[in-house]
Write a protein that binds this ligand. Structure first.
Ligand code: 5GP
Length: 138
C-alpha cells in the first residue's frame, strides 16, 4: 500500500481543510479529534508522509513520541482525566480510517466508558476551548 496524499489529514496539513489546531511545528500538527471518544481526544499528526507506523521513517517516530507524551500530559491536566489512552492503528482491519500516520491521545475518566471510534461529532465551541487550554498546558 502506498501513501495517498488525498487523505483528510493530508488536506488539513496542506491547509485545504480546517482543524482545531493545538500546536504546530516543522515536524508535526496537533489537533482535536472532531469525533472524540472522550472529552479532550487529541491527534498528533507527523508532517512526513506515511500511511501509518508500518511505512514510517524511524526518525519520524523518534521525533514524534516526545510530543505525544507532552500532549498526553497536557490533555490529562486540562481535562482532569484519571488516565490517558494512547492509540495508533495500522490499516483498515486494525481500525485505521485515515491513512496518514497519527497518534490518538484519549483522556479516560473513572467510571466513564470511552465512546465509539470515530463516533459522534463534537461541539465546535467545546473543541475550540479544549484546543486553547491544551495548547496553554503544553
Ligand atoms: P484512525 O481510525 O485512522 O486511527 O483515526 C482517524 C481519526 O480521525 C478518528 O478518530 C476520527 O474521529 C478522526 N477524524 C475523521 N475525520 C476528521 C476530520 O476531518 N478532522 C479531525 N480533526 N479528525 C477527524
Amino acid at each position: 500500500m502506498t501513501y495517498d496524499p488525498s487523505n483528510i489529514f493530508g488536506k488539513i496539513l496542506r491547509g485545504e481543510l480546517p482543524a482545531h489546531k493545538v500546536y504546530e511545528d516543522d515536524t508535526a500538527l496537533v489537533m482535536m479529534d472532531i469525533f472524540p471518544q472522550s472529552r479532550g481526544h487529541t491527534l498528533i499528526v507527523p508532517k512526513a508522509a506515511s500511511r501509518n507506523l508500518l511505512d514510517a521513517d524511524p526518525a519520524t517516530l523518534a521525533a514524534v513520541i516526545p510530543l505525544v507524551q507532552r500532549v498526553a500530559r497536557a490533555a490529562k491536566a486540562v481535562t482532569g482525566a484519571d488516565g490517558v489512552r494512547v492509540a495508533q492503528f495500522n490499516e483498515a482491519p486494525a481500525g485505521q480510517t485515515v491513512f496518514h500516520l497519527h497518534f490518538h491521545v484519549i483522556p479516560a475518566y473513572d467510571g466513564v466508558p470511552l465512546g465509539a471510534h470515530a463516533g459522534g461529532k463534537a461541539d465546535d465551541a467545546e473543541l475550540i476551548a479544549l484546543a486553547k487550554d491544551i495548547a496553554a498546558a503544553l
